[in-house]
Design a protein. Structure first.
Length: 305
């Protein structure tokens, strides 16, 4: 986990930000067809814990007035048994929707994914050997083929990993995105295996070496600040501005965050019960409103280095 910059502790970086996330990450199931070494649920690939569709629809409907974005994740969300029905519901009710997927099953859900606002594809390497080492699959060729579909709004999620030196591939990622009409690469940081991650400043240094002087600006994206660098028409989003609840130690420099660097509320299904939780905080709630009541307004932002 990257350390927090002590010199930049403004709550909003001078930007107009709502101090409570208006997004819920719905963990549809824990099962996945990959075994990525950096994944939170690496050991749960054979488990299901799937949210029954009637319960999921009820929760989304109940939260409609309080959230702006529905983010579907897992596990591998495209394995969710009611995925088609869920996307039809979200589309019919005009929700802004995101899906985070490993990309290997996109060809099986093309019709539905065209209805999604953004489809985030986790792509740890363009090198077959490195890809197999991280995901423990041989699915790279299929994923790259799937990313060529033009009518889906793809974004690439990229995790800079020291052990495979994939940060050196970033110029190839930019070329691949330009070739296939993909507009954004999100440079992420995950909770697990944090000692194997490359710092954000090291990513900046590599981009400077390859592309010269960088034009970087802090923008609001999905109601959250991110640092954006534009290269050859591709948006490189450095997700290095983290959101922290005041109710945990505000002086801690090693707080775990989820992959977009923000404490998103999340919902999952465990022991036949709906559970809401702020990522990184162990306290659990039975509803979104109960959770919001406790944490609303109790957040601040810091930049990781």
């Amino acid at each position: 986990m990257q350390k927090i910059s002590d010199s930049n502790t403004q709550s909003n970086f001078g930007l107009n930000i709502k101090l409570y996330p208006k997004e819920v990450r719905y963990i549809l199931l824990r099962k996945c067809n990959h075994l990525c070494t950096y994944c939170h649920y690496e050991r749960a690939s054979e488990e299901n814990n799937e949210i029954p569709y009637n319960i999921l629809e009820r929760e989304i409907k109940n939260n409609k007035k309080n959230i702006d974005i529905v983010h579907l994740t897992g596990g591998e969300p495209l394995l969710y048994s009611s995925f088609n029905k869920l996307i039809d519901y979200l589309n019919k009710n005009k929700f802004t929707s995101h899906v985070t997927t490993n990309g290997s099953l996109i060809h099986t859900k093309l019709k539905q994914l065209k209805k999604i606002t953004d489809v985030h594809v986790s792509l740890p390497s363009l090198n077959e050997r490195n890809y197999k080492k991280i995901t423990r699959t041989n699915n790279l060729e299929q994923v790259l083929e799937n990313l060529c579909y033009k009518k889906i709004n793809f974004e690439i999620n990229f995790l800079p990993i020291k052990s495979i030196h994939n940060v050196l591939e970033l110029p190839k990622y930019i070329g691949f995105c330009k070739l296939n009409g993909i507009k954004s690469i999100n440079i992420l940081e995950m909770e697990s295996n944090s000692n194997d991650l490359v710092s954000y400043n090291a990513v900046r240094d590599l981009l400077k070496k390859n592309f010269g002087k960088l034009h970087e600006e802090t923008i609001i994206r999905h109601n959250h600040p991110v640092d954006r660098i534009k290269i050859d028409g591709i948006n490189i989003h450095l997700c290095d501005i983290a959101m922290y609840p005041n109710k945990i130690c505000s002086n801690c420099n090693m707080i775990n965050t989820c992959n977009e660097g923000i404490y998103h509320p999340r919902m999952f299904y465990a022991n036949n019960k709906v559970v809401y939780q702020i990522c990184g905080i162990r306290k659990k709630f039975s509803s979104y409103l109960e959770m919001q009541k406790e944490y609303s307004g109790n957040f601040f932002y810091r930049r990781r280095i």
